[in-house]
Design a protein around this ligand. Structure first.
Ligand SMILES: Cc1cc2nc3c(=O)[nH]c(=O)nc-3n(C[C@H](O)[C@H](O)[C@H](O)COP(=O)(O)OP(=O)(O)OC[C@H]3O[C@@H](n4cnc5c(N)ncnc54)[C@H](O)[C@@H]3O)c2cc1C
Length: 401
């Protein structure tokens, strides 16, 4: 921790889960924070989110009881897993075992409630909505707003999401995210009277899953392999596509699809970062979340990794008297882990949406064999994701100069 008179200042571009967490993490260390969001209201895309234990452990390091607030908004996942189209288990896990192993269970919560809660914990006046950033200068730490106003920070945090303009400015010529060969649907469905099974079913070329929400609805998600991005379609057409692809699965899937409100079904083509950036910092700027490492959603880790990025960044910069050294530590702590998780997410996506029937038989056999080793063995496979080391461990101490 630096001692001195002037507070250091972090300017964060984007108030998604990554940017808001960065704001909280820096504010928790006594920094002055400005979080700049282009939209006039916080309106996250997507309905719900699984928050894995690693992200909750990261949030535990921020003062203010954020994780307790998350638990009050969330449902525990309970027993869940992956089933075949015929209904047999391919892999099974239990929230209580995850809690024993990782300190927290995986939880499911509404995105809108999560971002509102994160924003409400920021210091008053630190979140500026309706404030699009037009440009940044990593050398000076300045951002220029669309209004022409210029703000200056000790550090700039680019948390502006998958289509990040900041990434293109910081790393010109480096490839951004590309189509991942996947498309995904989300919906919320009333659950009354449905005998639902928590988790996901892997069918030919796709998966269909459902998770209970605190408000009694089911968060429904589906994903399918796609050779090219899908054209924009009406809600009725999206629902018809879900019927076509998943309507033949075992009950209650057909009834769940029937209950989807076609006006509110969301679909997005998935893009991921196949070539990692050369670093997660340039000059006085750091990049985090989807802007840095967009990934397929199949490990449920995009937002979780953004949260880990944010708390790590605030920690390394706060402990270091030097911004360049702190930012180099940030890249060192975050690049290997996030690059691995991006790759594994793509592998799991290919596995989950496999179209070749012979490949599916092989895949299912492998997963069942792993399941025979017991839930703890299956959980151990997730250790590399679910365990989160505090940056004090993840960043090796520097030898004395
Ligand atoms: C179908 C699907 C399911 C998913 N499920 C999960 C899950 O269960 N668990 C999980 O951890 N992750 C999941 N993810 C991934 C997760 O949604 C993302 O990784 C996460 O939301 C990224 O957060 P972010 O803060 O980096 O970016 P974003 O949420 O995209 O936020 C970026 C913000 O920056 C703002 N912005 C952009 N440009 C500017 C500008 N010039 N000036 C000011 N503001 C700007 C935007 O308006 C936006 O508010 C899923 C993704 C998909 C597609």
């Amino acid at each position: 921790m630096m001692t001195g008179t002037a507070k250091r200042r972090a300017i964060v571009i984007g108030a998604g889960i990554g940017g808001l967490t960065a704001g909280l993490a820096f504010a928790g260390k006594g920094w002055d924070v400005q979080v700049l969001e282009r939209t006039a209201a916080l309106w996250p895309v997507g309905y719900a989110l699984i928050m894995a234990p690693n992200a909750q452990r990261a949030l535990d390091t921020i003062p203010g009881g954020i994780v307790e607030q998350i638990h009050s908004l969330a449902t525990l996942q309970g027993e869940s897993g992956i089933r075949t189209a015929r209904g047999g288990w391919l892999s099974r896990n239990d929230a209580s075992l995850a809690e024993e192993r990782y300190g927290h269970p995986a939880v499911v919560l509404r995105r809108a409630e999560l971002v509102e809660m994160l924003a409400a914990n920021l210091p008053p006046g630190s979140l500026r909505l309706g404030t699009p950033v037009a440009g940044l200068d990593a050398a000076t730490g300045e951002v220029t707003l669309e209004t022409g106003e210029v703000l200056r920070g000790d550090v700039l945090v680019a948390a502006d999401g998958i289509h990040s303009a900041a990434r293109a400015a910081l790393f010109p010529g480096c490839p951004g995210p590309v189509f991942a060969g996947l498309t995904a649907w989300q919906a919320l469905v009333p659950s009354a009277g449905i005998d639902y099974q928590v988790g996901t079913t892997w069918s030919r070329g796709g998966e269909f899953g459902m998770l209970p929400m605190k408000d009694g609805r089911l968060y429904v998600f589906a994903e399918a392999a796609a050779d090219k991005p899908m054209p924009r379609r009406t809600g009725a057409e999206e629902k018809a596509e879900l019927v076509r692809r998943f309507g033949g699965l075992r009950p209650p899937v057909p009834e769940v699809i029937r209950r989807i409100d076609e006006e509110a079904v969301l679909r997005a083509d998935i893009h991921s970062m196949q070539v990692p950036l050369p670093a997660f910092h340039r000059g006085r700027a750091a990049i985090l979340g989807d802007a840095a490492h967009a990934m397929a959603p199949n490990l449920g880790q995009g937002a979780c990794q953004a949260i880990e990025d944010a708390v790590t960044l605030a920690y390394v910069l706060d402990r270091s008297g030097s911004v360049p050294q702190g930012l180099a530590d940030y890249t060192a702590a975050r690049m290997p882990r996030t690059s691995l998780i991006v790759r594994r997410s793509s592998q799991v996506a290919r596995f989950a949406t496999m179209r070749n029937p012979a490949g599916q038989v092989l895949r299912n056999g492998m997963l069942r064999a792993m399941g025979l080793l017991g839930s703890s063995a299956a959980l151990r496979q997730a250790d590399f994701v679910m365990r989160w080391d505090h940056p004090a461990v993840a960043v090796r101490p520097r030898p004395p100069q």
